[in-house]
Design a protein around this ligand. Structure first.
Ligand code: ATP
Ligand code: MG
Length: 445
């Protein structure tokens, strides 16, 4: 006999437990379990009978054109535009520009003759209008409802049948039939699930805006990430102007693409040629090296900066901005063991200028060179900054990374010749450090 049950659900991972725990048995987070009531399970329905499977080749799949949002960087990250009927989740920390980006996209779609709808649960229609005034006339033509009740939102989408609908945000919508406050696991899951079903049935592409926790995960259960077709993460620091948009999951495209934006008075402006920005900003001071990184299919030059200072702390500080902490630890260990640069008694700071994140092993060599240069107080490069890329192996060897030719071509485009990289002459970190000294590239500070 089915009965209504009380379960305790984790707000971080969605794990459910019949009793309360201080620490989630699923993900190990503390104080994340909250009580939720489950409706009685419906009694089992009669099956509709067996289906006849169809060979994939015979499945009818009409070619559908992607919906271009007119924001090039967003379209690229989506894999060439929005797929009709798909469900996309955009996560980002408060104030990063999620509403600005989605309003701008809807404005462009509306200007291109598409039907759009903006569901604002967080801000009143008047507040959204103020933002749209900044963004220009296209954004002002976007129809909006300010509503948080799920049924009303679903009914409106059903009546309006937009091509694209933005729900800002998934955490504030709620279904009064369920217990639990808006944003709880059960509510978020229900809201996303119902929107997905309606979207797929009616061919409405739905963009859900989601908040992220201070740890950087998209708030609400991870089940949301399984449910949606595409998870985009909008990153950057609020104080800095650069923002990056990357796909963490994409059923319709690569997850390697990254879009770079800048927040302006008139909204988010795409930075189509990010390399140019970062190279002109690069200094040739000690501790600065230009990294030829790959962001998806696109090469990107970014400046890696390092600072090494005497420390009074045990253990000394290791601060990494824009690079992985573990990667930094590895580079420091290899530098000490195989490069003759031991920084055990120093505070070490490494940051990628412009607030960009690089998550690839190809950054190792540039980080190592920036650290060595900072430690010695010697600037690298001649009249142009030094560019480098390559992975460091644990035995101090330099390892090849993908797309070497495209990285070099990008550097040369900006006049950075003689990119230091793994090749026949430079096979180890020691050789890389030595070749800098020998070629006379290193300038005394
Ligand atoms: N006039 C302006 N000129 C430049 N930047 C502005 C201006 N007005 C607002 N901004 C920027 O826009 C950001 C807010 O953008 P937006 O509201 O789209 O963010 P959000 O991610 O939706 O935030 P929330 O999580 O609060 O919904 C602010 O952090 C600010 O940097
Ligand atoms: Mg917002």
């Amino acid at each position: 006999m089915p009965r209504a049950a009380t379960v305790f659900a984790c707000s971080a991972c969605g794990h459910e437990s019949p009793k309360w725990h201080g620490r989630c048995p699923g993900c190990g987070e503390w104080n994340t379990l909250a009580e939720e009531r489950r409706a009685a399970a419906p009694s089992r329905r009669r099956a509709r009978g067996a289906l006849r499977p169809v060979a994939l080749g015979e499945v009818e799949a009409p070619r559908v054109d992607r919906l271009r949002t007119g924001i090039g960087e967003l379209d690229r990250v989506l894999g060439g535009g929005l797929v009709p009927g798909s469900l996309v989740l955009i996560g980002g920390s408060p104030g990063i520009g999620k509403s600005t980006l989605t309003t701008g996209a809807l404005g462009n779609l509306a200007a291109g003759g598409r039907r759009v709808l903006y569901v604002s649960g967080e801000e009143s229609a008047a507040q959204v209008k103020l933002r749209a005034e900044r963004l220009g006339p296209a954004a002002l033509s976007v129809p909006i409802i300010a509503e948080t009740e799920l049924e009303t939102v679903l009914a409106t989408i059903d009546a309006e049948r937009p091509d694209v609908c933005v729900v800002d945000s998934v955490q504030v919508l709620y279904d009064p039939a369920l217990s639990g406050s808006p944003g709880s696991v059960a509510q978020v899951r229900e809201v996303a699930g119902r929107l997905m079903r309606l979207g797929k049935e009616r061919g409405v592409a739905v963009i859900l805006v989601g908040h992220v926790t201070k740890e950087g995960a998209i708030a609400g259960p991870r089940v949301l990430e399984h449910l949606v077709d595409c998870v985009l993460s909008f990153e950057g620091e609020r104080e800095r102007t650069y923002r990056t948009l990357r796909a963490l999951k994409n059923r319709f495209g690569s997850t390697n693409e990254v879009g770079v934006f800048e927040m302006h008075e008139r909204g988010l402006v795409e930075v189509a040629d990010a390399s140019a920005r970062f190279v002109t900003e690069a200094t040739r001071a000690p501790g600065s090296v230009v990294l030829c990184a790959m962001e998806g299919s696109r090469p990107l030059l970014v400046e890696v900066q390092a600072l090494v200072a005497p420390s009074e702390l045990v253990p000394p500080r290791r601060v990494a901005n824009g690079v992985d902490r573990n990667r930094l630890a590895l580079v420091l260990a290899v530098l000490a063991r195989h490069g003759g640069v031991s920084l055990g008694g120093s505070d070490v700071f490494v940051s990628v200028a412009g607030g960009v994140r690089v998550d690839e092993p190809g950054a190792d060599l540039a980080i190592a060179l920036a650290l060595a240069s900072a430690a010695k107080g010697v600037g690298l490069g001649d009249e142009k900054p030094l560019a480098a890329f390559g992975e460091l192996g644990l035995t101090g060897e330099l390892r090849h990374v993908a797309h070497a030719d495209r990285r070099i071509a990008e550097a040369e485009k900006f006049g950075l010749h003689g990119v230091l990289r793994p090749d026949d002459r430079t096979r180890t970190l020691r050789e890389a450090l030595r070749s800098l000294g020998r070629s006379g590239r290193a300038r005394a500070a």
